[in-house]
Design a protein around this ligand. Structure first.
Ligand code: UDP
Ligand code: MG
Length: 323
């Protein structure tokens, strides 16, 4: 009897990607057709696109039965689109791929090879980044350095979400239902056997990047606060140092008052102390607020996303009520 073929799922989150989906499909098709020892599934997740992405997906689905698509009820962001996709894929492994062809699908056969060798997470590391500004490269470098220095888990540098994951990694990720997800960190956090392969990241094939600095800053703060409470520790240490300094200064003032009489101290030094301490207090209130905010979101325990439909089937989301 012929051995059953393993299924390789390809997960593509897409937001306003009507220009590139057909290109992407063509490149994927060549690869799928060449690897006849596997069955393939492409799952497009439409993350509430405002253009014709959905109808492009629908056409591809009608043309090729290996293509499925999931339509989310609105735009949730890439992190959520990915977990939605993971919930729906059928494969023994998954390759997560950006829609814009910045992650070359030609790497998939190599990833599969390492997967067959027993690796659970084959991630693609960028050797170069074309089409990204100097500032973006610099800021991303600084962010990774900071994140690495405050967390115990190893964060992979210059690595995106482009990777192959074994079924057990998929199940691990699915079991983590936090609402403000920082998936790059979760990949490291779940562990398992990791293998790095290098590639040159191309510039976007068409369309616009969805990231701006505002979103990147938010993602960085999510990354920091979801993996470490180090900022809270820094606040506490800073507080101790400042009050220690304050205490010593108090002794000096008492000493001076007793032995040299009351002297009216300078206006500027008083102002400096007030402004400095006031500033620090506000920053640390902000830090505490960040963590409190995260707790607030997580305790609500809302579903991570709602699905409008899966292929041509309307999703009722009933399953969410009978857990
Ligand atoms: N994306 C998404 N939802 C969003 C924003 C982006 O699903 O709200 C998808 C997007 O379609 C692409 C991937 O996430 O497939 C990466 O986005 P982009 O190329 O804009 O990011 P960059 O490569 O510039 O970091
Ligand atoms: Mg991109």
């Amino acid at each position: 009897m012929e051995k059953e073929k393993k299924i390789v799922s390809i997960l593509v989150p897409a937001y306003n990607e009507q220009e590139v989906l057909n290109l992407l499909y063509d490149r994927l098709k060549t690869i799928m057709d060449n690897l006849s020892s596997y069955d393939f599934e492409i799952l497009f997740v439409n993350d509430g696109s405002k253009d014709d992405t959905l109808s492009v997906m629908d056409k591809l689905h009608k043309k090729d039965l290996r293509v499925n698509y999931l339509n989310l009820s609105r735009n949730y962001g890439k992190e959520t689109a990915m977990i939605a996709g993971l919930d729906y894929i059928k494969g023994d492994c998954v390759v997560i791929l950006d829609a814009d062809l910045q992650d070359p699908p030609e790497l998939i056969p190599e990833m599969i090879k390492f997967w067959e060798d027993g690796y659970d997470d084959v991630y693609a590391k960028r050797r170069s980044r074309k089409g990204e500004s100097f500032l973006k490269k610099l800021t991303s470098k600084i962010f990774y350095k900071t994140l690495q220095s405050v967390t115990n888990i190893e964060i992979q540098k210059d690595t995106g979400d482009f990777r192959l994951l074994d079924r057990r990694c998929i199940e691990a990720l699915k079991s983590i239902r936090e609402s403000q997800r920082y998936t790059k960190g979760l990949f490291s956090w779940i562990g398992y056997n990791k293998k790095e392969i290098l590639f040159d990241r191309d510039a976007r094939a068409a369309g616009q990047t969805k990231w701006n600095y505002g979103k990147l800053i938010n993602l960085s703060i999510d990354g920091l606060t979801s993996f470490t409470t180090a900022p809270l520790r820094w606040s506490a240490i800073m507080g101790i140092l400042v009050s220690l300094a304050g205490f010593i200064y108090m002794l000096v003032i008492i000493f001076k008052t007793i032995f040299y009489g009351i002297d009216v101290p300078g206006y500027s030094s008083t102002m400096v102390v007030i402004l400095f301490l006031g500033g620090i207090q506000l920053i640390f209130l902000g830090v505490i607020g960040e963590y409190l905010g995260r707790t607030f979101y997580e305790t609500k325990g809302r579903p991570l996303y709602f699905v409008e439909r899966y292929n041509d089937q309307k999703e009722t989301n009933e399953h969410l009520n009978n857990k």
